[in-house]
Design a protein around this ligand. Structure first.
Ligand SMILES: *Cc1c(COP(=O)(O)O)cnc(C)c1O
Length: 341
């Protein structure tokens, strides 16, 4: 397969239109067969439910070329399950897991020329999403929905290595105790935009959100879960019903335990404990792990011993092992890598 003439090694993390996208429509209580189409534009009613009441959910995963030349995707079954959970909470129809995986495969195959070659640091980012399309003015769920997947080649999230970032403790809340923080809904991001713009203006890279009820426990950032490493090398991640169950974080916890032989804990993490941790990282599909060097709590700085120059040693091992598994350099746990070609 001839690849597109793209300067893979200098790609940023942005949208580039590719040739094909998958679309399936839901009407009269059923999904149609779905197809690959060329048109990247969507024409909607001015009163479409997604435009008026934000009935929309999404996923994010990557396709890439492994060391031995296969095109693969990482744990797409978990994205399918999570989209199904998001759909139920948002009164949207479930797009069946097997059909989701099939649609991912079709989208990657149709855009194979955009899957970056091994070793460039770039990947093909896949964005599955679903939204309510028929006119709705009295508040209620839509009856008709569209499910789509587009693909866009993206560069490594961090150019020139992952430098530790500085985050601030936000005064805004991300998710209410019985709200929608645990699902991947666009609305969770809409309400975070003001908070992230404010944080950037103040010179911070990201927000740390605390639990909205007591503001004593660590939740997550706008789009990534936390992992911490204790001084005795235990890997700790916050447990809460209002954080998004990151597939990267779940994979990292398995890698820590089964590949690195580290003790792991998923438990409530109090903000007061953070000063005693040795390392801190943010995890998500885009960056895998971004090291956090410093947390600013209303002017008071918490500096991790790993510093502002490089990742902490355990974070680095987790990063190297997980990316090694993804790129086919290290044997993967059963079912983690779906080979497409
Ligand atoms: C998508 C997302 C993550 C990361 O999840 P991955 O499955 O690892 O990509 C973390 N937090 C939030 C709020 C998210 O939307």
């Amino acid at each position: 397969m001839d690849k597109k003439n793209i300067d893979w090694s200098n790609l940023g993390f942005g949208y580039i239109k590719t040739d094909k996208r998958y679309v399936s429509n839901y009407a009269d209580g059923a999904w149609d067969n779905g197809e690959m189409i060329d048109d990247d534009m969507i024409t909607l009613s001015e009163c479409a439910c997604v435009l008026q009441y934000s009935q929309s959910i999404f996923e994010g995963l990557k396709a890439y070329t492994t060391e031995n030349g296969h095109t693969v995707v990482f744990r797409p079954d978990l994205n399918a399950e999570r989209l199904a959970n998001s759909a139920k909470r948002m009164e949207m129809p479930v797009f069946p897991v097997d059909r989701f995986i099939d649609a991912v495969e079709k989208t990657v195959r149709a855009n194979e020329a955009y899957v970056p070659p091994y070793g460039t640091g770039a990947t093909l980012y896949l964005r599955p999403y679903m939204f309510g399309i028929n006119p709705v003015i009295g508040v209620k769920p839509a009856d008709n929905f569209q499910f789509r997947i587009f693909a866009t080649p993206v560069g490594p999230y961090f150019k020139g290595g992952a430098k530790p970032i500085t985050i601030k403790v936000s005064d805004f809340d991300r998710a209410a105790p019985n709200g929608t923080g645990h699902i991947k809904a666009g609305l969770n991001y809409a309400m975070s935009l003001h908070a992230i713009v404010t944080a950037h203006q103040e010179g911070f890279d990201e927000n740390m959100y605390l639990d909205a009820a007591t503001r004593t426990k660590v939740e997550e950032t706008g789009g990534a879960n936390f992992i911490f490493v204790t001084k005795d090398n235990k890997v700790v991640t916050p447990k809460s019903s209002s954080i998004l169950p990151s597939i990267t974080r779940r994979s990292i916890m398995t890698v820590a335990k089964d590949y690195l032989g580290l003790e792991t804990e998923e438990r409530e993490v109090y903000f007061d404990e953070i000063k005693d941790f040795a390392e801190c990282g943010l995890c998500g599909t885009a960056a895998v792990i971004s090291p956090v060097g410093k947390i600013n709590d209303h002017g008071k700085e918490i500096c991790f011993p790993s510093g502002m120059e490089k990742m902490g040693p355990i974070t680095q091992k987790l990063y190297d092992t997980l990316t090694g598994i993804q790129m086919g350099r290290i044997e993967a746990p059963k079912g983690w890598i779906k080979v497409i070609d």
